[in-house]
Design a protein around this ligand. Structure first.
Ligand code: FES
Length: 380
């Protein structure tokens, strides 16, 4: 839309009426007198999710989803801008005085009441997931970021689809599947969902019910460590034989895959060459270190704060800088959410998943999945 330039009234000595200004929002007037942090402090005494501009959400429901996963129903405040099925959100909680943030997938389609669902698997040793699965109670308030993620339904969902999910990878695909089901499953969709054992599967009853109701929807559970198999269940890891037996028309399908890195790599190798289209997201923490031929430490200069720190080559910059006492924003710690990204002014970094070296300046270096390979200057 083109901007319209309007003639401006003279400031003085004019008989014309000055242009009336649009009314300012009461909060923007208040900003003159009160700092947002101070406003948030007092507003939260009146209502737990009132804030100046921070998206916050109150836990309004919780449901056990499997042996080690819980679904939380959240009521966001007015600063939440909504999401598309398939996207993720950062949840922040304060544990022992330290604010910790992790990324989770939204597992429902957008609802008319504005509430959102996340399903959280308890990760061994994961403090945030343990808190959210075991300790968080209805009424608790969590920080939420705005939704992010690219693996959403494309415009015009034509053709047949195949969803490949493993473990927690079911959550974004469940949101996409629910959105498709809400439209009556207009195009064929097959879900293959891997778990080690039956009691690790989420959404089982709902998936079976949806598949019964919609002839174009097929659901297969694939269990890798279960002895006896039931109806609609198969066994084995992802391979060409299993895929061709369960999805003989793979060439006509677009594929979304989500799960741990090894699973997604296999799905990509098997399905990408054969399918109509392919997209994937992997939930894989980076290796703690990668071998860097030169070893030893390098100097990282933080341009904004003027500090220079010595960090080991080959270690995630996020972990290395946190190890030096820096408090840095982070979410997924897997290279997905972009929360940890900062500019790199100079120096060479190495990607912890691919081992690729990058010597050029970059505007958004993800510190959680990149390590220093030479002296660096970062916009921090
Ligand atoms: S913390 Fe999510 S990309 Fe680094």
């Amino acid at each position: 839309m083109n901007a319209v330039t309007r003639p401006r009234g003279r400031r003085t000595g004019s008989k014309s009426q000055p242009k009336s200004q649009p009314p300012r929002h009461p909060l923007s007037l208040l900003r003159t007198w009160v700092a947002p942090d101070v406003f948030d402090f007092w507003a939260s005494r009146l209502h737990p999710t009132w804030s100046w501009e921070r998206p916050l959400a109150r836990i309004v429901g919780r449901q056990s989803q499997s042996r080690d996963a819980v679904t939380l129903l959240l009521q966001p405040n007015r600063h939440w801008r909504g999401f598309q099925p398939g996207q993720h959100v950062n949840l922040g909680v304060e544990l022992d005085g330290v604010r910790m943030t992790r990324s989770y997938s939204l597992c429902d389609a957008p609802r008319t009441d504005g509430r959102i669902e996340v399903t959280i698997k308890h990760i061994e040793g994961g403090r945030v997931s343990r808190h959210l699965c075991q300790d968080a109670r209805i009424g608790d308030v969590v920080d939420i970021g705005q939704a992010f993620g690219e693996m959403t339904w494309p415009q015009g969902t034509d053709g047949a689809w195949l969803f490949l999910a493993a473990g927690s990878g079911i959550t974004p695909l469940m949101a996409l599947l629910r959105a498709h089901a809400a439209k009556g499953v207009p195009t064929p969709l097959t879900l293959l969902y891997w778990a080690r054992t039956r009691d690790e599967l989420c959404f089982v009853d709902e998936l079976r019910a949806l598949a019964q109701r919609h002839p174009q929807l097929a659901v297969h559970f694939v269990l890798t460590r279960e002895g006896e198999l039931g109806e609609g269940e198969s066994s084995g890891r992802i391979d060409a034989t299993l895929l061709s037996s369960l999805v003989p028309d793979l060439a006509q399908r677009s594929v979304y895959a989500c799960g741990p890195g090894g699973f997604v790599d296999s799905a990509r190798a098997l399905a990408e060459p054969a399918a109509r289209g392919f997209a994937a997201e992997a939930f894989t923490p980076p290796p703690r270190n990668i071998a860097d031929a030169e070893g030893g430490n390098v100097e990282v200069t933080l341009a904004a704060s003027g500090r220079t720190l010595s960090v080991p080559r080959g270690q995630s910059l996020l972990a290395a800088l946190e190890g030096q006492g820096l408090k840095l924003a982070s979410g997924c710690r897997m290279g997905i959410c972009n929360t940890c990204a900062c500019g790199k002014v100079s120096g060479t970094t190495r990607h912890l998943h691919t081992g690729d070296a990058i010597g050029e300046p970059v505007s958004a270096l993800r510190l959680c999945v990149n390590a220093a390979s030479s002296d660096l200057v970062l916009d921090l």
